[in-house]
Design a protein around this ligand. Structure first.
Ligand code: NAP
Length: 544
């Protein structure tokens, strides 16, 4: 890995055309693309290696729920032809190897400063640009600041009383030890049953002496049906990769998913069940594309939810445990559907206990384990699969000050406000990759990342050719976009789930449905039309 690249400090003072924060999928491509414009670019990342989310999330079973051939860059036809994926869904080590390969292949590392966390960014109105402070000091100055900080990068451990008193080991899935963890002979508690928990639990249970799962909300989980990628299948897709990539860019969610354009309510119950069964057998998130109204009509959604509930009851032998695992009270898909391998069947093991901490909440962590309202569970290790301060967490972790010294935290106190999810009024020359108000987490992130980076690169090219040094989103355009994002979300069932999409998982966080759910293709066309029309909604200013 690249620890040796971490430099002790920046030369002082350092000026760059752009500073990109984050060296994951978004930051690496932003660095490559902006450098290609002839800009001087510096990329910062707090980690000791590149990879972003795939650097940190090394828990057992960590795997992407978008298929490998789609969850990869499209910007280089040579890269996409030469890289060989081994599985239908890529596991964390393979994705990390891919990103390290990209960093080397495009000679990105020379402009990346690792183990360097941006802590403060202050906009200079006299000479438009950002004065930056990092935990390695400063000053560092950039004309443009690009936050490629990821939507799920600020891990959250709940504030449980007694946490520090625990005598065993604690882990968070999003900060997993690089050397791995040996759970043999240990009594392990796992708190959380979202995507990370449902992936990790089967593997932890297969190794540990005993695994106790603390579940607050039962989630809808679909079988991944992961398998080795057949070389012939891979070659066939590569033969038409350009055409495939062009298609997914304008698809609803940025993948090659097959969407059925029928209502779940217009077909017979038998036909409906057959469609669900076929998709359940096929595996993966494509289940949600079974009908066109699953996320728009509650009655349609109920049919899908009931199908999954019946599968859970079929798989889990103990009826009482099955009933605890059956999700209730929110539409399927309104919280992120998880994609697993053997999750429900894990509860048939003798060494697994499911504890319902909705009816009997965790009261405290005690030196020997977890105490709920009803009982104390003795544990050697606790795994927190408790998620992230999503979408806004990493951006707001930096003290960002725009025009007049106004803080972004203050501006977004009632929820994030952006124009297109790309920029925010009052904070000129600041760009967000997959920010709130863009398809981001409702899409294949890599497709959305490439679209945002390309769009920002085109805007910077436009500004430079016009002799402009400052680009700022207009408040009116932002208000219109925020209203549109809300209006589109309100036409769906998405806001009905108390999920991290709405900030509901973080106590005190404003409840706002953050992603744009109008579709990847629709959003892309809208952004393209704005660029073609000379960027209405942005104000450009020339240099002094
Ligand atoms: P998450 O979906 O937010 O799940 C967190 C879990 O922890 C939930 O079950 C939550 O329960 C529980 N929890 C939080 N605080 C708790 C407390 N105080 N007591 C008891 N339970 C508590 O987080 P995640 O599983 O890390 O996933 C986050 C996102 O990352 C995913 O939705 C996905 O987008 C992405 N991800 C993707 C993959 C993949 O591609 N396969 C894998 C991992 C993560 P409640 O539901 O009741 O709040």
């Amino acid at each position: 890995m690249a620890d040796s690249q971490a430099s002790p400090s920046f030369p002082s003072p350092a000026h760059h055309d752009a500073v990109v924060v984050g060296a994951g999928f978004a930051g690496l491509y932003a660095l490559h693309r902006l450098r290609g414009l002839g800009l001087s670019v510096r990329c910062l990342d707090a980690a000791s290696g590149v990879g972003g989310t795939w650097f940190w999330n090394r828990y057992p079973g960590a795997r992407c729920d978008v298929e490998s051939m789609d969850y990869s860059y499209s910007f280089s036809p040579e890269l996409e032809q030469e890289w060989v994926w081994t599985e239908r869904y890529p596991a964390q080590p393979e994705i990390l190897r891919y990103l390290e390969h990209v960093a080397d292949r495009f000679d990105l590392r020379r402009d990346i400063r690792l183990e360097t966390r941006l802590t403060r960014a202050v906009f200079d109105e006299r000479d438009p640009g950002w004065d930056l402070t990092t935990d390695r000091g400063g000053p560092l100055r950039a004309r443009f600041l690009v936050m490629a900080t990821g939507c799920l990068s600020t891990a959250r451990v709940p504030d449980l009383p007694g946490l520090d008193s625990f005598q065993g080991a604690t882990y968070h899935t999003g900060h997993w030890p690089h050397e791995g963890v040996d759970f043999r002979a240990r009594r392990v508690g796992v708190i959380g049953t979202g995507s990370s928990g449902t992936q990790a639990i089967p593997l932890i249970a297969a190794q540990a002496a005993h695994t106790t799962v603390f579940q607050r909300t039962a989630n809808f989980s679909l079988p991944a049906r992961n398998r080795p990628l057949d070389p012939a299948e891979q070659r066939a897709l590569k033969a038409r990769y350009r055409e495939h990539r062009a298609m997914v860019r304008y698809s609803p969610n940025g993948t090659g998913r097959r969407n059925n354009d029928q209502s779940a309510l217009e077909v017979s119950p038998e036909a409906r069940r057959a469609e669900y069964e076929a998709r359940w057998q096929e595996g993966g998130g494509g289940f949600i594309g079974a009908f066109n109204d699953l996320l728009a009509d509650e009655r349609a959604n109920d049919t899908a939810a009931d199908f999954i509930r019946s599968k859970i009851r079929d798989i889990v032998h103990d009826p009482a445990v099955a009933e605890l695992l059956v999700p209730r009270g929110f539409p399927v898909g309104s919280k992120r559907v998880t994609v697993d391998t053997g999750y429900y069947a894990t509860y048939n093991r003798d060494n697994v206990t499911l504890v319902d901490v909705d009816s009997s909440p965790i009261e405290k962590i005690v030196p020997t384990g977890v105490r709920t309202a009803d009982a104390t569970y003795e544990l050697d290790s606790i795994v927190f699969a408790t998620g992230f301060d999503a979408i806004t967490g990493a951006v707001l972790a930096v003290d960002i000050r725009g025009r007049g010294g106004r803080s972004l935290r203050e501006k977004w106190a009632a929820g994030p406000r952006t124009y297109l999810g790309l920029a925010t009024a009052g904070f000129p020359n600041l760009f967000l990759i997959t920010g709130p108000g863009s398809p981001s987490v409702i899409s294949n992130m890599v497709v959305s990342i490439e679209q945002h980076v390309d769009w920002i690169a085109d805007l910077l090219h436009h500004a430079r050719h016009g002799g402009m040094v400052c680009a700022e989103a207009d408040e009116g355009a932002e208000d219109t976009w925020v209203a549109h994002v809300n209006e589109v979300a309100d036409r769906t069932l998405f806001p009905r789930g108390a999920s991290w999409y709405t900030g509901a998982n973080v106590p005190g966080k404003p409840r706002v449905f953050m992603p744009y759910v109008g579709g990847v293709g629709t959003y892309r066309r809208h952004c393209e039309s704005i660029a073609e029309r000379g960027y209405p909604g942005f104000r450009f200013l020339p240099g002094a």
